[in-house]
Design a protein around this ligand. Structure first.
Ligand code: SAH
Length: 354
């Protein structure tokens, strides 16, 4: 049975399912989930992320990691952790940049947190000759906490399942996935309303994510226990807001989120304030949220682009376009945000530049 047929059977049996349960099935169902069975990243796949745009992205994150290591007092051993490493481009570029700081490079033990078996295989192949020890785990809880941690994640939080509520008939009602009269998957509003202080207008939509809050709390607690810092880059909001941000991406185009369960990447904009509040509840300090442009400029992306162009004059135009895609307002520069959690006592490890 296809995932769609199994979801319909489940809805017939149990009633409409939450958007979170739908996302979870579409992404991680062992037989049909997108990441579990057919993740396709990059130009020839379904979507492009910053590490695919340019090596500069991972390199600058590697330098950020080195500066955190300095701030931690140059510990002899440190765990460099990445959540959702995809094709392992980011970590490859970050490790290459880290070599420029030999004591840091020598201190690294890398940990990759990945649930997708096909992506784990790609990561193992890409990192087969890496000169640092690399460990894989499926959960944050698999990482020991007896050394400082430096955590990186790009486009990971947007995969965490969200729930939705819609204002209708004078109340917020959970927006779930059920069936229409023809037996096809369709959004439905639950009869019972969700108690909330704020009101809405007909059709207004709210999103929240228990998974994001739970993850934020656990990351905050890990950082507080082990000491260190975490950097999460993703598209999302830097203040609370309303609106439907659930989207399905296949072959670089959006499609209806109910159209092809398991065949498209399904994501939502990250509610960064909620994530950071959860991290704070877990014991970490939250730095101000920056745009990706401000963050990458602070790490010197312009100088790095110039150096790369000088070394590869025939590629100068392309390198400039890649830089603009990462920091331009029409590219990823403003939609994407950089959020950082760090352990109490550490110097704030983010700094932006106009
Ligand atoms: N960071 C990469 C890939 C982003 S795609 C890049 O920027 O190119 C999302 C990644 O998160 C994939 O590697 C996917 O398998 C992983 N992922 C999604 N949900 C996850 C979860 N709950 N736990 C661990 N990894 C997850």
């Amino acid at each position: 049975m296809s995932l769609r047929e199994r979801l319909i059977a489940r809805i017939v049996r149990d009633g409409p399912i939450s958007v979170a349960d739908y996302m979870d099935a579409c992404l991680h169902d062992p037989a049909d989930g997108y990441y579990a069975t057919r993740p396709r990243l990059g130009e020839a796949g379904d979507f492009i992320t910053a590490p695919h745009v340019s090596q500069m992205f991972g390199e600058l994150l590697g330098l950020w990691a080195a500066s955190v290591w300095e701030g931690l007092g140059r510990p002899a051993r440190v765990r460099l952790i990445e959540f959702g490493p995809g094709d392992a481009i980011l970590v490859t570029d970050a490790l290459r940049a880290a070599r420029a700081v030999p004591d840091f490079f020598g201190a690294i033990e890398a940990w990759l947190v990945e649930t997708s078996a096909p992506l784990r295989e790609r990561q193992k192949a890409a990192l087969s000759s890496a000169a640092v020890s690399i460990h894989w785990t499926e959960h944050l809880e698999g990482i020991p906490d007896d050394r400082p941690v430096i955590i990186l994640a790009n486009e990971f939080l947007d995969c965490l399942p969200i729930r939705q509520a819609i204002w209708t008939d004078g109340g917020w009602r959970e927006r779930r996935i059920g069936m229409d009269k023809t037996g096809e998957l369709a959004f439905v509003a639950c009869a019972s309303s969700i108690p909330r202080a704020d009101t809405g207008g007909n059709g207004d939509l709210l999103e929240w994510s228990d998974a994001l809050a739970h993850f934020g709390q656990r990351v905050g607690a890990l950082i507080a226990r082990a000491s260190g810092a975490a950097l999460f880059i993703d598209y999302g909001r830097d203040r609370s807001g309303r609106g439907d941000t659930l989207q399905a991406l296949r072959g670089h185009a959006t499609e209806g989120v109910l159209e092809n369960p398991g065949h498209a990447d399904l994501t939502a904009h990250v509610d960064f304030p909620a994530f950071l509040v959860a991290g704070f509840a877990g014991g970490a300090i939250a730095a101000p949220i920056l745009s990706q442009a401000t963050f990458l400029r602070g790490l010197g992306i312009r100088a790095r682009a110039e150096a790369l162009a000088r070394a590869n004059p025939d590629q100068a135009g392309k390198i400039g376009r890649q830089r603009d895609r990462l920091i331009g307002p029409d590219g990823m520069g403003e939609l994407f945000k950089a959020a950082c959690l760090y352990s109490p006592g550490l110097h704030p490890p983010v700094f932006g530049a106009p």
